[in-house]
Design a binder for this molecule. Structure first.
Ligand code: NAP
Ligand code: HSE
Length: 424
């Protein structure tokens, strides 16, 4: 195993009870660090000692990051070792190359822990839903941000304090900007696109917004309208009748109706909807991050792999069919959904009329509008719209920004309308 941090220690703990599998060596950076667990084998600071060991058949990578993990995994595959990894960044950025390399070398890459922590989402899509043409995978895919948003709403905790707590609990990435700015979800969406639609998506072509701008006031306001704010990621066929066509892949905060199952996904849990033409829609909810849930996925992969080692040419059975080219993505502006807007404006005559005219000019219909006077600071206008094209909302907001009455666009968030994202 390479890495003995949050997840690695969980793997050691879980393998203590496993009679058929044993760790032979664990590589770390700092041999002197206290690990808080009884070590089952020798620690080494040299990863090549693992990769070049002819007795080792499975390499578990739980160190994270792009490099040197990429070089380590390439070399392990070239030495014909099977790989279990929790590293979504690595797979999202180098999946096409790594899966092709594994195929050429007759080995398998297992990656259950890379998406949705302890929820068996990868094996469900890959094996359990194999008979389906999958049109959409939509969900809450980051435990840290869901934990932060839940704490802000339920406990009135500040964003910074909730983030610090998530880091302490071991949910957050080594660099937590990966969580709060949506990169982590973008990596997971790339992997889910490969599984559900047959191609990885370059992370940089995924439309992405994080949760930094979501305030306690927005959360409370959303609640008044019957919504809860969630960071939602999705990978959908842009045209549901055209498998192999462009994908609409995006992550951003959304107002989810309180009646929808995703609104009930709280704390560090994840919740995912998968739509298949035969099954309809399934929802999976469970722990999306943290030591033991993630170790559950890693050790599950290792047990599956180990139980197949004696079979001839088994690797291809476990590998999803993934095209080595990157998926094409739809224009982000073509996405359609209702919006929540929080505008700060001067309290002068005609403001609401002007807002209505600008929205009308951009084919945007207002569903509700509330104005509240704010002492010494004009007024706060909260608007919910009907479903609109993202591109129309962007041009309407650009026009609003030219007007003297607009003090600030405090927030603009999309509203989750499941029926607007095509049905199976
Ligand atoms: P972590 O606590 O930061 O642990 C990383 C481990 O890797 C440390 O033990 C570190 O060694 C070791 N390491 C780093 N660079 C190394 C190198 N060059 N050579 C040898 N060892 C090296 O990270 P983590 O939270 O366990 O996450 C590990 C992976 O799992 C990441 O890909 C992450 O995205 C993924 N993941 C994490 C969670 C979660 O809830 N934490 C959930 C799902 C997936 P030292 O201890 O000596 O510094
Ligand atoms: N940092 C990630 C999260 C870990 O919070 O979801 C699980 O992938």
């Amino acid at each position: 195993m390479i890495g003995l941090g949050t997840v690695g220690v969980g793997v050691v703990r879980l393998l203590e009870q496993e009679r058929h599998l044993a760790l032979k060596k664990i590589a770390v950076r700092d041999l002197k660090k206290e690990r808080g667990v009884a070590l089952p084998c020798e620690l080494t600071a040299s990863v090549p000692e693992i990769i070049e060991d002819p007795e080792i058949e499975i390499v578990i990578e739980v160190m994270g990051g792009e490099q040197p993990a990429l070089d380590f995994i390439r070399r392990a595959i070239e030495r014909r070792k099977h790989v279990v990894t929790a590293n979504k960044e690595l797979l999202a950025k180098h999946g096409p190359e790594l899966f092709a390399l594994a195929r050429d070398n007759g080995v398998a890459i297992f990656f259950e822990a890379s998406v949705a922590g302890g929820i068996p989402l990868i094996s469900t899509i890959h094996k359990g839903l194999e008979a389906n043409r999958i049109s959409a995978v939509i969900g809450i895919l980051n435990g840290t941000t869901n934990f932060i948003l839940s704490r802000m709403e339920e406990e009135g905790e500040s964003y910074q304090s909730a983030l610090a707590r998530a880091q302490k609990l071991g949910f957050a990435e080594a660099d937590p900007t990966n969580d709060v700015d949506g990169h982590d979800v973008a990596y997971k969406l790339s992997i889910l696109s490969a599984l559900a639609h047959g191609r990885f998506v370059r992370p940089e072509s995924i439309y992405r917004q994080g949760i930094r701008k979501v305030s306690a006031a927005d959360i409370a306001q959303a609640r008044e309208f019957g919504y809860r704010v969630k960071l939602v990621g999705m990978t959908c066929l842009a045209d549901p009748d055209s498998a192999g066509g462009a994908l609409s892949v995006r992550v951003h905060p959304m107002l989810v109706p309180l009646s929808h199952p995703l609104a009930a996904v709280s704390g560090s849990n994840n919740g995912i909807l998968v739509r298949g033409h035969a099954v309809g829609e399934i929802t999976m909810v469970g722990p999306g991050a943290g030591q033991m849930p993630t170790a559950s996925a890693v050790v599950g992969d290792a047990i599956n792999l180990a139980s197949a080692l004696a079979l001839p040419d088994f690797a291809s059975y476990f590998q999803p069919e993934i095209d080595p080219t990157w998926a094409a993505t739809a224009e982000p502006g073509d996405f359609r959904c209702p919006f929540y807007l929080n505008l700060s404006v001067s309290d002068v005559p005609g403001v609401i009329g002007q807002i209505g005219t600008i929205f009308g000019n951009h084919d945007i219909s207002i569903q509700s509008i509330i104005q509240r006077g704010v002492q010494d600071r004009g007024a706060s206008v909260i608007i919910l719209t009907q479903a609109v094209l993202d591109s129309n909302m962007a041009s309407a907001l650009a026009e609003l920004q030219q007007r003297d009455f607009l003090l600030e666009i405090v927030n603009a968030m999309r509203i989750f309308q499941p029926e607007a994202i095509h049905a199976p």
